[in-house]
Design a protein around this ligand. Structure first.
Ligand code: FAD
Length: 289
């Protein structure tokens, strides 16, 4: 929240990136390498995802340890994602204590997705987790969905749930990925009309390949505009050019959003520092930071 205020005062657009805990062995060493790469893009903060399964409370999968290393070794503010759908009160309290010990003060409170056959434990929705995190003294972000959450077909209900998260304490929002900026501008107006005043930072993910983007849109319900479908067709047999086209498309989206005065630009960098660099370069070249 402080980042958004400071940047606004300095007339800069806050720029941040998301990373995920690397899979496999020696994840902290692999994460350190990713963080080093992302650091060169000078993000205002780095957020670290967490798995909704397992402990489901942000303490699993190295999220807290990576957030700590981002802050201590790279000297960049970290945001630890914190999923609750499979968490119990005890596991949430344990995760809060782990985050405090690590010195992480900002979290992104999320429901997460249940694995098939699983029932929610003590926190079926993010808005039930947020007050606990606020009471524990955290700055708390939450998720926003410009095209609506995949389980929510009614746009008004989508806005009601967004506003409910602000009412229970969300200090800022990060959006789900979207490819058509007009969807975001409409959503921003609608959110303002129902009284959402917390900053909403735009989450942008470049498409890098056909299967990656198909997987993403099926998972989150974001729509693929015709220009992207044409690029996917044009570069079907040329993965390197398709990747480049995806990064360029994302950079153009970011510049347009920045020029329209959005609250922040957040890049799903997928642990690939060149994506963060390209985005930071485009934003800087447009005079937005
Ligand atoms: P909620 O806000 O709880 O909403 C979930 C659904 O329930 C929505 O359809 C909403 O409309 C509905 N709803 C909300 N409140 C109520 C209510 N009171 N009654 C009835 N319905 C209600 N997932 C991970 O597992 N790990 C991550 O690190 C992660 N990071 C993410 C980062 C961002 C920026 C975003 C946008 C998503 C991320 N996700 C992550 C995905 C997220 O967990 C899923 O989208 C999940 O399905 C919803 O999470 P939420 O916090 O938005 O849920």
């Amino acid at each position: 929240a402080q980042v958004f205020e400071e940047q606004r005062r300095e007339k800069r657009t806050p720029f941040s990136v998301e990373m995920f805990p690397p899979k496999g062995q020696l994840t902290l060493d692999a994460a350190r390498e990713v963080v080093e790469g992302l650091r060169a893009a000078s993000p205002d903060f780095i957020s670290v995802t967490c798995s909704a399964g397992g402990s489901g409370n942000g303490s699993g999968g190295q999220t807290v340890a990576i957030a700590e290393l981002i802050q201590d070794e790279a000297a960049i503010p970290a945001v630890a994602h914190f999923t609750c759908v499979s968490a119990t009160r005890d596991s949430v309290n344990q995760a809060i204590s782990d985050l405090r010990t690590a010195g992480v003060r900002t979290v992104l409170a999320l429901r997460g997705d249940l694995v098939e056959g699983q029932e929610p434990a003590d926190f079926p929705y993010a808005c039930e987790l947020i007050p606990l995190l606020k009471d524990a003294g955290f700055c708390v972000g939450a998720a926003a969905y410009p095209e609506g959450h995949i389980d929510c077909l009614d746009p008004r209900e989508n806005l009601r749930h967004l506003k409910a998260k602000q009412e229970v304490g969300a200090d800022f929002f990060i959006t789900q990925l979207f490819f058509n900026n007009d969807d975001f501008y409409r959503f921003r107006d609608d959110a303002a009309a129902v009284g959402v005043t917390a900053p909403i930072t735009c989450g942008i993910m470049p498409f890098l390949g056909k299967s990656q983007i198909q997987r993403m849109v099926f998972l989150c319900g974001s729509s693929l505009p015709a220009p992207i479908i044409k690029l996917l067709a044009k570069y079907e047999d040329d993965p390197a050019s398709l990747r480049q086209a995806g990064i360029e498309y994302a950079c153009n989206q970011l510049v347009d959003l920045g020029r329209q005065g959005v609250d922040g630009l957040h890049v799903y960098a997928m642990n690939q520092p060149d994506i963060a660099h390209a985005a930071a370069g485009a934003i800087a070249a447009a005079g937005l930071r």
